[in-house]
Design a protein around this ligand. Sequence first.
Ligand SMILES: [Zn+2]
Length: 302
Amino acid sequence: MHLLYLDASGTVELQDSSTHYVLAGIAIHESWWKAVTEATSQFVSRYRHGARPFELHAKELLDNIPEQRHIAGFGGMTYDQRRSAVEAMRTATLAATPGKDKPDLRKRYNRTTNVLHLTVAERTQCYEEALRLIASFTDVCLFCYAIDKKHVFQSHGMKDISEEAFMQVVSRFDYLVARRNAGRRQPESSMLVIDRDDAKEDLLKRLAERYRTEGHPFGKVEHVIEHPFFANSHESLGIQMADMVSHAVRRYLEKPSDQTRLANLRSIWPRFDAQRDSIHGIRHYAPKSCQCEICVGTGREN
Ligand SMILES: [Zn+2]
C-alpha cells in the first residue's frame, strides 16, 4: 500500500500576496511508514517545548515574532523563560489595545503560540533541517504542482486551479504506483490523506471518484482506492511534511533570486519522482519563457 499525503501552500485568490498556488504530496510506502514517521517524530521532539503541541508547519516556523527582538538576552534564556517573557509582553500589549483591534491581535498571536520558545535562528534551522530530513528518506517520493496564478488567469481564467493541481499530483502519483506494480503478481493499491479543509472535502472526494471511474485528461487513476481521508495536520506527520514541501516550493517561486530559498528547493529536489533522467514529480505551470530552477530542471512542456 502506498500512501500519498497532500497539503497546499498559497491561495487560489488572484488578489493577495501570494503569486503561486502550490500543491505538494509525499508518497510513503507502508513498509517505510514506521521508519519515516519515527525519525520525523524524533526530529520534532528536539524542538518541542515540554508537553506543548509542536508541528512542522512552515508558516508558523517562519512567521515574525517581533516581541523576541525587544527582550534583552532572549537567546540566552531557557525555553520556559523565553515563553514567559513573550507571553508577558503580549498580555501587556493586549491590555493596552483598543477592544475592536483585540481579535486581530489575538489571531496573530495564536499563529505562533507553539513556537515562542524558539529564536528566529532556531526556527529557521528547524525549517531547513526538516527539509533535509525529508530529503534523506530515499524511499519516499515527492510530487508537486505549482501554478503561477497570474499566468493561469491570463491564459484560462482562475477557475478550478486547486482542481487542476489535485488532478496533476494524483495522476503523477498513480503513475509511480503503476511503475512500482509492474511485474508484481499482486499489484498494490494506494490511498490519499489530505489536510482537513471542510470547504473542499466533498469536491475532492467527487474528483477522486471521477478520476477512478471516468478518468482525467491523461487517463484513469487505476490504483487509488477508497475516498480520500482527511486529517488535521497535528494528527499526521505525513501532512506536516507535505506542508514543508509545498511551502519550500512556493517560497522559492515567490522569490527565485533568493539563494537560501533556492538551496532549500535544491535540498529536496532529488526526492521528486523521476524515472531515469525524466522528472515527473514536479511541474511549474508558468509562461513558456520561465527560466526557474523547476522549469529548467524538468525541461517542462507547459
Ligand atoms: Zn518556472
